[in-house]
Ligand binder design. Structure first.
Ligand code: NAD
Length: 497
């Protein structure tokens, strides 16, 4: 059991219908700082009763009151106001996030400032969603389409980037006019509750934004199954995603699923080696490898394999592990104990499968309880589990390839299809590779960039639907076709003519 610091212990409440309330069952659970092990807050352990209240509030706010009465422009302005409030509070939010998930302050602070752009972008988009007037093939008819919100949307987020991944859902969903019930990860709920305070400050009407914290089976499950929830936007692992997808399908709910990855970072022999080494390092070791887009498979062309590997190991060795709040830290702790154990299990599996551990391969106990050494496995073959399954930690698998065809064959031979990187100076090869890689995102001579302006999502088991960019708002809208007849007579259908 972790140490607890009662003097500074914070007890959170649920945010439902614009009010802070205790969970109906009167239960809380503890959340600990993954770096220090100190329990610093109590999080409400919500249940079905709280879900019921939150969905009812969100449904009411969708149907009646201030929210549906707002014009799209006013709704957009509210989102932009939220973006301003976010920027003002970015440092405080980042500190909470680091305390809860152990990511580096530099990365989280950047993220907390950057996520305001999602609210600004979709705020701007709110009044630019236009229907069409199809040139209908019938006389005396005016037909037009309008895009309408879906209703109550459930947003379920994981622990690695809670506020950013919430912004990817909440910003387009709110811009489209929906209302939300949010369930953050049980490991990192605090920042979402702090964020709820900011929605209040920005002036969102009660019931538009609700947060019910708790566990997947106790809150997530009843939320996804609730008949008044019309859309589920989920980011998380493959098994949770499958569960949510099946449950939502029963009631024909729309889903967006952002799931795992086993992304290939592919380096050709004509690449700028220094840049590609840096790209491979940030691809796998950023956030201690706990990112869905981690470039966890490094594919090296045979002719540069050995030299590249040496340079990669040299750079990886220079990483400083330690306090995520310290400016000089490159790699922080693993966020959760189960994830820490899972990573160590995969290291054992890789060794047992015959992969050659050329760096790390063990816990970094001298740094802290939940640290894993940056780990690199060479001589990985495509069918090894370490080349097929998501580790979600600082563990890189290095594979060799002969030529373009071989690189494509290895890169695409996994269930996932979230992202891929290609390092080459050949424009033609880059174009060919970007066309043939089965991945929702392909980076050429860069890795890991995402933006509010461009769609993000997975092929194959990496997900369904897209977040970000203009097309993401359509995930939160449904189209109505409206017909007006202007002819003089509506014929009696029972009279033969
Ligand atoms: P997880 O699937 O364990 O949990 C994600 C969320 O789903 C949590 O809030 C959890 O409580 C909830 N949940 C779990 N079971 C549920 C159920 N049956 N019904 C409803 N909700 C349920 O994932 P995690 O361990 O928190 O996050 C890591 C995973 O997320 C990795 O696989 C990673 O690749 C993925 N991820 C994907 C993206 C992306 O955009 N594609 C981004 C970040 C993380």
């Amino acid at each position: 059991m972790a140490n607890s610091n009662l003097a500074t212990m914070q007890q959170y409440q649920l945010f439902i219908d614009g009010e802070w309330r205790d969970p109906a069952n009167g239960n809380w659970f503890e959340t600990a700082n993954p770096y220090t092990g100190t329990v610093w807050a109590k999080i409400p352990r919500g249940g079905a009763e709280d879900v019921e209240l939150a969905v009812a509030a969100a449904h009411r706010a969708f149907k009646t009151g201030d929210w549906p009465a707002l014009t799209a422009s006013r709704r957009g302005q509210l989102l932009v106001r939220l973006a301003d409030v976010l920027v003002e509070n970015a440092e405080a939010l980042a500190a909470v996030e680091v305390r809860d998930n152990g990511k580096l302050i530099a990365e989280v602070l950047h993220q907390c400032r950057y996520l305001a752009e999602w609210y600004r972008y979709y705020g701007g988009l709110a009044d630019k969603i236009e229907g069409t007037v199809p040139p209908i093939d019938k006389p005396n008819v005016l037909n037009f389409t309008r895009h309408e919100p879906l209703g109550v949307c459930a947003c379920i987020t994981p622990w690695n980037s809670p506020l950013l991944l919430l912004a990817w859902k909440a910003a387009p969903a709110l811009a489209a006019g929906n209302t939300l019930v949010i369930k953050p990860s049980e490991y990192t709920s605090a920042s979402t509750l702090e964020f709820a305070r900011l929605t209040q400050q920005a002036g969102f009407p009660p019931g538009v934004f609700n947060v019910v914290t708790g566990f997947g089976n106790e809150v997530g499950e009843p939320l996804v199954r609730h008949p008044k929830v019309r859309k589920v936007a989920f980011t998380g692992g493959e098994s949770g995603g499958r569960h949510v997808n099946v449950a939502a399908a029963r009631d024909f709910k729309s889903v967006t699923l952002e799931l795992g990855g086993k992304s290939a970072n592919i380096v050709f022999d004509d690449a700028n080696m220094g840049q590609a080494v840096n790209g491979a390092i940030s691809g796998i070791f950023a956030a201690s490898g706990q990112t869905c887009i981690a470039g966890s498979r490094l594919l090296l062309q045979e002719s540069i394999h050995d030299e590249f590997l040496d340079r990669l190991i040299e750079t990886a060795k220079s990483a400083t592990l330690g306090d995520p709040m310290a400016a000089g830290t490159n790699i922080g702790p693993i966020t959760t104990e189960p994830q820490y154990r899972k990573i160590l299990d995969y290291i054992d599996i890789a060794k047992a499968e015959g992969a050659r551990c050329v760096l790390g391969g063990a816990p970094a106990k001298s740094v802290g309880k939940l640290f894993v050494q940056p780990t690199v496995f060479a001589d990985v073959t495509p069918q090894m589990r370490i080349a097929q399954e998501e580790v979600f930690g600082p563990v890189l698998s290095v594979l060799r390839f002969r030529d373009e065809e071989h690189a494509i064959e290895i890169a695409n031979d996994v269930n996932y299809g979230l992202a891929a990187g290609v390092w080459t100076e050949s424009l033609r090869r880059a174009i060919r590779m970007s066309e043939r890689l089965e991945a929702g995102t392909v980076w050429v001579n860069t890795y890991r960039s995402t933006s509010y302006t461009t769609p993000f999502g997975g092929y194959k088991a990496s997900g369904i639907g897209r977040e970000n960019g203009i097309e993401a708002i359509k995930e939160y809208l449904q189209t109505k076709s409206v017909w007006f007849y202007s002819g003089g007579d509506v014929a009696n259908p029972f009279v033969r003519r």
